[in-house]
Structures are given as structure tokens and as C-alpha cells.
Design a protein around this ligand. Structure first.
Ligand code: DQA
Length: 152
């Protein structure tokens, strides 16, 4: 008999987010990426849901992961880093998915440099959590656990 499908949230972090905890703590806080992943896992596991977490500094690799793991995920949490401001390739990739997607930004990008005010993924994600620090990832997980259904 085939194994039962184990639902999972896909947690994606883009470029430079591997440096969380060390990179500009005034803006991004002191939690590391491992701390963030642990926190999201705790929330998901309490609901019997797995978390598949990936970080990459490469646009193509992020797209490969999303194409592979996105369609079956219960929901996607993505902090695209600076790709949020200009990656039409990532936008096309997310637009191709029917999975609920929450875009997270740790900092309030609208209070920062003008180039960060443009968010090119906005119209292809379900919603955004912006400026609430690393807590934003946990809030995104809580939302997706409530509304996310396995696509297909
Ligand atoms: C960020 C905001 C982006 O402008 C920046 O390039 C990042 C992190 C955030 O989480 O606040 O790498 O996505």
C-alpha cells in the first residue's frame, strides 16, 4: 500500500537570508534562519503538518524548488529577499502555482529606500506580511494552516 501523503508547508528564503542574525540586526533582528525555520516547524507540527525549508542565493534554484515542491504544498511562505523588487522570472513561476502563497518581508520595505517600495510579486501571491520582524513567518504559517488545502 502506498504511504499516505504527508501535508507540508514550503518555506522559501531567498538571497542573503542565510545571513539572518548577523546581517544588519537593526533591520532584520537577531534571530537566525535556523531559529525562523524551527519556529515555523513548531507551529506546523502542532497541526500535524511538515515543513520543507529551503534557502538559496540563486534565482534559478528558487524557481527549480518552487516548481518541484510548490504544486503539492499546502501553502508556501516565501521571503524572496531583493528578488521581490525586480524578479519577473520568480513572478511568472509563482503565477503558475495554484497553491496559497504568503510573501514575507521582515522589514517594512515601504519605510526604506525607494527601490524597495516596488514589490513585483504582489499580484500573484495570496497575501503579504511586511514589517513585523521574523514573527511574520509564524503568522504566515498560521494563516496557511487555516486556509491551505492541498492543491489539485
Ligand atoms: C527583505 C527586504 C528586501 O528588500 C531585502 O532585499 C531582503 C530582506 C526583508 O525580509 O525585509 O533581503 O525581504
Amino acid at each position: 500500500m502506498a504511504d499516505a501523503f504527508q501535508p507540508y508547508l514550503l518555506l522559501i528564503n531567498g538571497p542573503n537570508l542565510n545571513r539572518l542574525g548577523q546581517r544588519d540586526p537593526n533591520t532584520y533582528g537577531t534571530e537566525t534562519l535556523a531559529d525562523v525555520e524551527r519556529r515555523v516547524r513548531q507551529v506546523a507540527q502542532a497541526a500535524g503538518v511538515d515543513v520543507r525549508a529551503f534557502q538559496s542565493n540563486s534565482e534559478g534554484e528558487l524557481i527549480d524548488i518552487l516548481q518541484r515542491e510548490g504544486p503539492e504544498a499546502m501553502g508556501i511562505i516565501i521571503n524572496p529577499g531583493a528578488y521581490a523588487h525586480y524578479s519577473y522570472a520568480l513572478r511568472d513561476c509563482l503565477a503558475d502555482l495554484s497553491t496559497p502563497i504568503v510573501e514575507v518581508h521582515i522589514s517594512n520595505v515601504h519605510r526604506r529606500e525607494p527601490f524597495r517600495h516596488q514589490l513585483v510579486l504582489s499580484s500573484v501571491v495570496t497575501g503579504q506580511v511586511v514589517g513585523l520582524g521574523t514573527l511574520g513567518y509564524e503568522l504566515a504559517a498560521q494563516y496557511l494552516l487555516q486556509v491551505g488545502t492541498r492543491s489539485r
